[in-house]
Design a protein around this ligand. Structure first.
Ligand SMILES: C[S@@+](CC[C@H](N)C(=O)[O-])C[C@H]1O[C@@H](n2cnc3c(N)ncnc32)[C@H](O)[C@@H]1O
Length: 239
């Protein structure tokens, strides 16, 4: 469970639903996080500088990538529909679109200074393989920043998060997305979101996985209810 990821059928459904949901994704996410989204994202990008070449895995609509000051920003995305969507919002030549998966990143070893996975790590098909690929494309001393929703260990926080995702979050979609649009959807995005949440373990498990893959100086910052974490690590300079 920890090192593997979504099964291919679930993954396909998640991608199809994200493609339909993309025009409303940002507004819905801001609403369901009660406006905390921007603060969490800026925490993840606080060390990014104009001197950096960076990679964002799974840019979605490009809202996070659009805030980065870096001279080169690779956008890696498996869905051509979503990639077109993010490119539409990010027309500056600093942005380079790459079609592909985190599990096989189409970049040479040591290409980037930083990698960001902002709410995309949970969707990986193979999380260990994805982390190994991130480690490969980072230069020695380069940083990985993962911001995501994890399923808390059994206890009060898990009960609250499970309840919120079953009953609460979907209601925001009804407010944010017009009914005629929702009626035309093949899938409910919050049903798909729940599947990705149920298929991931506690954030701390993935800090351990980062260590196993070879990352160093790992810090797990809890942002909400032992469910939202910022996991950060560095590729050692000596490897
Ligand atoms: C929930 S969206 C995150 C969007 C954005 N990063 C944000 O700040 O909210 C997840 C993104 O990850 C992409 N994704 C899913 N599986 C992936 C994989 N195995 N490799 C790379 N990207 C993936 C999806 O297509 C989508 O663009």
């Amino acid at each position: 469970m920890v090192a593997s990821g979504l099964d291919p059928a679930t993954w396909k459904g998640v991608i199809e639903s994200l493609e339909e949901f993309m025009p409303y994704y940002e507004r819905a996410n801001r609403a369901t996080t009660f406006g905390r989204l921007e603060r969490w994202r800026s925490l993840a990008s606080r060390t990014a500088s104009p001197a950096d070449a960076v990679l964002e895995i799974g840019p979605g609509p490009g809202s996070f990538a659009g805030t980065l000051p870096c001279h080169r920003v690779y956008l890696l995305e498996p869905s051509r529909t979503i990639l077109r969507f993010s490119r539409y919002h990010l027309r500056d030549p600093r942005y380079v679109a790459l079609s592909g998966l985190a599990e096989a990143i189409p970049l040479r070893e040591g290409t980037v200074d930083k990698v960001f996975c902002i709410f995309s790590f949970r969707d990986f098909l193979d999380r260990r393989r994805g982390l190994e690929e991130v480690h490969r494309v980072l230069r020695p001393g380069g940083e990985l920043h993962i911001l995501d929703l994890f399923r808390p260990p059994p206890g009060l926080q898990r009960t609250l998060m499970d309840f919120w995702l079953r009953r609460g979050a979907g209601a925001f979609v009804d407010i944010v997305v017009p009914a005629r649009v929702r009626r035309a959807w093949k899938r409910n995005p919050y049903v798909e979101l729940r599947k990705t949440y149920e298929a991931i373990g506690p954030g701390q498990d993935y800090a351990d996985l980062m260590r196993e893959v070879g990352f160093d100086r790992i810090v797990a910052t809890e942002l909400q209810l032992r469910a939202v974490y910022l996991l950060e690590g560095v590729k050692p300079s000596t490897t």
